[in-house]
Design a protein around this ligand. Structure first.
Ligand code: ZN
Ligand code: ZN
Ligand code: ZN
Length: 341
């Protein structure tokens, strides 16, 4: 054999004469070195040891040479990855070449797009490449409208309806999980608002804030400064002023007064102070003790949720971020959605 045949895969060292032919679906058999193939792949080693012919069928000839090239040099060019990345991943999986498999997973992760995502996803599943599978799945779900019109998706529908069903089911689960998380976040935001509203109510009635203050303290000429939670505090101040002067009141069907009454009631449920300055606190507590009915269950649950959301958020989220989130919730849903004012 001539020099090119003894050195077919960009190998710089001098190799002995090839001692084996590798057969492909098309093209001439490729001369190779049994020791090199055996040392790179235990699967090929077993085939060679059992004196069987080495055949790689069903893969383009050039993809096979790119595979062999990696076995000889441990290298794979970007061009080879562009053209044969998927074939190389399949070959590396079948012939157990973990180094090439890692290289292909990385290479394909960078190259996957809406056109090829269905093929890469199927391959990732077959080749047991979970990271690549997750990446494909995310891309597919995020761009399903586009993917649905690709050749790959149509092929999948006709040839692998079970996988199509799996993907659709997973997408559905993913979507409902997302919805559930969103709903939970919204609920937490609302309880957080209520928790802040409780704090504000207490501090308005104890120390005062801007021009609303405790009933037994004279309002000084100098206006009080707004507190750090003024976004929440101000609507409550407006509500307190309204409650004090409204002619219709709760029984007259005033929605704003009803909102205020609910805040007072929630406060009384949570409040443990002996000399609380929040209006009606003691009266409501006494009334609840007298009633002592199952009506309390609803309030108990609400009070518990408000308290637990407050505790969780102060534990798990940095304060600044938490404040931003609360502000976001208030801006988006608006405390008005609470029918406070
Ligand atoms: Zn305030
Ligand atoms: Zn009113
Ligand atoms: Zn109280």
């Amino acid at each position: 054999m001539d020099a090119t045949k003894t050195n077919p895969f960009r190998v710089t060292r001098v190799l002995p004469e090839p001692d084996l032919y590798l057969h492909t679906s098309r093209g001439k058999p490729i001369p190779v070195h049994a020791t090199i193939l055996a040392s790179a792949s235990t699967v090929l080693e077993n085939i060679i040891m059992s004196n069987r012919t080495v055949k790689i069928h069903g893969v383009p000839y050039d993809a096979v040479t790119a595979f062999l090239s990696f076995l000889y040099t441990s290298r794979c060019t970007e061009e080879e990855m562009d053209k044969y990345g998927m074939h190389l991943l399949a070959l590396s999986h079948v012939y157990l070449v973990p180094q090439l498999k890692r290289r292909c997973i990385k290479g394909l992760s960078q190259r996957v797009n809406t056109e090829n995502v269905v093929d890469v996803l199927q391959l990732a599943k077959m080749c047991d490449a979970p990271d690549l599978y997750v990446k494909c799945f995310k891309l597919l779900t995020d761009n399903f409208k586009e993917v649905e019109n690709t050749e790959g998706w149509r092929f999948l529908q006709h040839h692998d309806p079970r996988l199509e069903l799996d993907i659709l089911r997973l997408m559905d689960e993913h979507e409902s999980r997302k919805k559930k998380c969103r709903k939970q976040r919204e609920e937490e935001g609302l309880y957080m608002q209520l928790s802040e509203a409780m704090d504000c109510l207490e501090h308005i009635c104890t120390k005062g804030c801007t021009d609303v203050g405790p009933y037994d303290v004279e309002l000084s000429k100098e206006k009080r400064k707004p507190c750090s939670k003024f976004d929440t505090c101000q609507p409550i101040q407006v509500l307190i002023r309204h409650f004090a002067t409204c002619k219709k009141r709760v029984n007259g069907g005033c929605v704003r007064c009803k909102g205020m009454w609910q805040l007072f009631r929630l406060h009384s449920f949570i409040c443990q102070q002996d000399s609380c300055k929040v209006p009606l606190c003691r009266q409501i507590q006494l009334k609840m003790q007298q009633e002592n009915k199952k009506v309390d269950a609803k309030w108990k649950l609400l009070a518990r949720k408000v308290a637990s959301v407050k505790a969780m958020s102060s534990l798990s989220v940095p304060k600044r971020k938490r404040n931003e989130e609360i502000r976001d919730t208030i801006i988006k849903s608006g405390i008005r959605n609470f029918k406070l004012i």
